[in-house]
Design a protein around this ligand. Structure first.
Ligand code: SF4
Length: 386
């Protein structure tokens, strides 16, 4: 019996030694691959402890999607938070949840209604993907709880899937959203644009290395919170950061230089005329094609120049009673600037309903407020009714 106990004890000790070696070998590999030879990387336990202790005291625990936490609510919030700050997202999230409290209600809704509740958040492909993914999930019968099934859905990448799994299912899965990229790029002083493939791979390795098995939901929220509130894009508040003692960017006085900015080429500019065709309190709107900018949203007809806009009016047999040109404005998308000049034309021959079919309509000013409109167009339309 005693022999068995000693053997068992020896086996346990060997296993512990093996796992310890494995863990530090993994750390060493990261160290090598990330060229941190001079940086003694903080052990995962110490990193997690520092972050979670900070989170317990300062983390955000009253965000609307945290009460209650469900896979559906975490998913919607994560998609809304892509490229958008928490303060902007909160009212959108609340309105969205009021209208689509369950995934079934989202799946059943017309895509127009979904876009209408998204209008103003930008990147409308996200809303269309949400809608398609909701339909797929409802068809499958349950919310996917593994990485492969989640990332197979439209609009769900590795980081969003990681956030859903760790926050809603408490499954240890790393994330790498914009905030987390910034924290790790600074903490490990990684030079290079964080959108580059090699850099992304290094950052994923680090994120994986530090993701804990225990308290993973809090850890995930904590690292996102740290990036959003302390390790901010400009002027990080290092003096209150729980990672300051081991942060390489801080030690090397590079917090303002990291993460490395993308070498940006000047964006091209597209110039258009947007026609605001008005009859009394009615405005003529067109629905944009489902793909491309402002896809599926209602907008003003777009022309290359004033002459093309007027020619189109004549072709529709519309009298031009009065016209006014508004100052040119700019809206910048990720890949180009749109310089648009609003041309208001008032007509008095009551339409021409022939112009109306599924994608074009005359709307009165009260109806317009209920439509899915891109934010710049919505602002513009309010000017026409002043
Ligand atoms: S010490 Fe400063 S730069 Fe480093 S992780 Fe903290 S806030 Fe970011």
């Amino acid at each position: 019996m005693a022999v068995y106990s000693i053997s068992l004890l020896k086996l346990l000790l060997d296993m512990m030694a093996f796992f310890t070696r494995l863990r530090y070998t993994a750390a060493f590999k990261i160290t090598q691959s990330c060229h941190f030879m001079n940086h003694s990387m903080l052990a995962p336990d110490a990193f997690q402890h520092a972050l979670l202790t900070w989170f317990d005291q300062y983390g955000r625990k009253d965000l609307p999607w945290q009460h209650p936490i469900t896979p559906y609510r975490v998913w919607i919030s994560e998609v809304m938070l892509q490229q958008t700050q928490v303060a902007t997202v909160i009212p959108y999230f609340n309105r969205f949840m009021q209208r689509f409290p369950t995934i079934e209600q989202l799946a059943d809704a017309p895509v127009d209604t979904v876009l209408q509740h998204w209008a103003g958040l930008g990147y409308y492909a996200r809303a269309r993907n949400l809608h398609t993914a909701a339909k797929n999930i409802v068809k499958q019968g349950c919310f996917p709880a593994d990485l492969a099934s989640l990332t197979a859905l439209p609009g769900i990448g590795l980081s969003t899937a990681g956030a859903i799994l760790s926050i809603a299912f408490q499954t240890a899965t790393p994330i790498l959203d914009g905030n987390v990229r910034r924290v790790f790029a600074r903490f490990c002083a990684i030079d290079g644009w964080t959108g580059e493939r090699d850099i992304i791979q290094q950052l994923w390795q680090i994120s994986r290395f530090y993701t804990p098995q225990q308290r993973v939901a809090e850890y995930t929220q904590a690292i996102m919170d740290l990036g959003a509130t302390v390790c901010t894009r400009s002027k990080p508040v290092c003096s209150i950061c729980p990672l300051i003692k081991n942060c390489l960017a801080y030690q090397q006085h590079k917090t303002a230089l990291l993460p490395t900015a993308k070498k940006s080429k000047p964006l091209p500019t597209k110039t258009v005329v947007l026609l605001a065709l008005k009859h009394q309190q009615q405005l003529y709107l067109e629905k944009r094609p489902p793909v491309g900018i402002w896809g599926g949203l209602w907008s003003l007809p777009e022309f290359t120049d004033f002459a093309a806009a007027r020619t189109w009016c004549y072709a529709q047999k519309l009298m031009i009673n009065h016209e006014k040109i508004f100052p040119q404005q700019r809206h910048t998308f990720s890949h180009y600037h749109l310089d648009y000049t609003p041309l208001l034309i008032e007509t008095d021959n009551l339409t021409n309903r022939v112009m109306e079919h599924g994608q074009n309509f005359w709307y009165n000013n009260t109806q317009i407020l209920t439509l899915a409109l891109p934010a710049p167009i919505s602002k513009l339309i309010q000017v026409f009714y002043l």
